[in-house]
Every structure is written in C-alpha cells, then in structure tokens.
Design a protein around this ligand. Structure first.
Ligand SMILES: [Mg+2]
Length: 258
C-alpha cells in the first residue's frame, strides 16, 4: 500500500464533527485509488512484455513518458497506447498498438494501489450507519478495473460513472444523481474527493457538505479558486473517522417484505 500524506490535515479537522450526513459520495482517482502509481505500474509491466515483440527502450522510462501523455489526453482514453506509440515513439504499428492497449487494460486491475486505510475506513463508516457511493468521471469499464480487484465494488451502495450524466463532474449533476438514487435531501449528502471544485464545491453548492482529500490533491487544483471552501480537509482517508459520528438511516426508504 502506498501513502501520499504530503499535505498535513488542518489542525481543526480532527476536532470538528460533521453531522447530518447519511450518504457519503467518494471520488475514486486520487481519493480511493492512487491512480498515478497504479497506472505507472500497469504501463511499466505492459511495456516490459511488449519488449518481446520488439518494443525498444527501458520499460520504466517509457512508463513515465506514457503517464505524462496520459495526463494530457485523459487517463482512460481508449487510444492512449496507439497515440503514444505513433506520435511519441514514431512506431506506426497497428498490431503492436492494439496489443499495447490490451495489455494496459489487462494489467491494471492487479496493479491497483489503494491509499492507506481505504478498506477499513469504508467498512467502519458503513458500520456507523452511512450509505456509501462512488462518484467518478471515469467510464464504467475503467471503474470496474480499479475497484473490482479489491472487492471495493461490493462495498458501495451505488456507483456513478462518466456515462450517467452528460458532462460528468464539470457540473454538480452527478451529485444530483446521488440524491435521487439514494432518496435523500441535499443536507444528507457528504462528498469526499481531491478536487476542490468537482468533488467538494459542487456538493456544497447543492446544499451538502464537501471534504477535501488533501493527500490526493495535485498542485493544479487551487482550493482558493473554488466557489465554496471545503467543509473540512483531511490528510488521510482515515481522518474521516474522527469527523463523522454514527449516523441513523431511520428515515431511509425501507424495503417491505411480505
Ligand atoms: Mg480525483
């Protein structure tokens, strides 16, 4: 397991208690999954295998270059391998490109790195009575590659992916979708993620709460530019446990059994 506790939690984060939430919406990339490390390992191993088919160069170096490329073009772009081989390496080989893309996707599930304490934090929050959702801009297939191999898919009551709303987290729409699916009012929603606007401010703009996962935060995201500041900031996912008391789902819709 890998930890990126680069940014310490604000001192008051541990002493505050956030009340009112019944549903917690988690971002995945850079909040649950250390996506940079995950992708880099998958790229490196895919390139290592491709060397048998004549791919030149050092696999680790290629993985670093590919990661930079992926961050520009979109981490789950379906033609990532082809673009990299054609444009960056000058290797115009359709079969090699197809094999590279296949290997990248095949290797990813076994190389997923979760941030420290993810499983136990989710389980404890569930034991405290919260319902848990995953809300991501990644497509459904990529989401299953990240979550399925860790048993995480079954730990969420619902998963909202890129296909569920027209523009994803460019607008608050995914969080409205959570409100509808979970049948809750905005004040019962708490969102957790590394992006100050997409994961935090959007949820607050609807009337919910937003917690900034500062450990996954990239410098390109300036929290001060978000319309709404975070309700709280955490330096590791575990710190949520100090912020969130037990919660009652008494008002949640119940399934009636005859
Ligand atoms: Mg994220």
């Amino acid at each position: 397991m890998h930890t990126t506790n680069k940014t310490p939690a604000r001192p008051w984060a541990k002493t505050r208690t956030l009340t009112g939430a019944r549903v917690i919406a988690f971002d995945i990339d850079n909040t649950i999954v250390d996506i940079r490390s995950t992708k880099r390992r998958a790229y490196r191993d895919a390139f290592q295998k491709l060397q048998r088919y004549g791919l030149p160069g050092d696999a680790s170096n290629l993985a670093d270059r590919m990661l930079k490329n992926a961050r520009r073009r979109g981490i789950d772009a379906p033609d990532l391998a082809k673009t990299f081989l054609y444009e960056e390496l000058g290797l115009r080989d359709e079969r090699l490109a197809q094999e590279a893309q296949r290997l990248l996707e095949r290797f990813e599930p076994a190389r997923v790195e979760l941030f420290e304490g993810v499983i136990e934090t989710l389980d404890q929050l569930r034991n405290r009575g919260y319902r848990l959702y995953a809300v991501t801009d990644a497509p459904l297939a990529a989401t299953h590659r990240r979550l399925g191999s860790n048993g995480l898919t079954g730990r969420f009551d619902g998963i909202i992916t890129r296909e569920d709303t027209p523009r994803g987290k460019a607008t608050p729409a995914p969080y409205r979708h959570v409100l509808e699916k979970a049948n809750i009012v905005p004040g019962e929603l708490l969102s957790v993620g590394d992006h100050p606007v997409r994961d935090v401010s959007h949820a607050i703009s609807l009337g919910g709460q937003g917690v900034l996962a500062a450990y996954g935060h990239r410098p390109a995201h300036d929290p001060s530019s978000a319309p709404h500041p975070p309700t709280a900031t955490i330096g590791s996912l575990r710190e949520l446990l100090a912020l969130l008391p037990s919660c009652s789902q008494a008002q949640a819709p119940r399934v009636a059994f005859a």
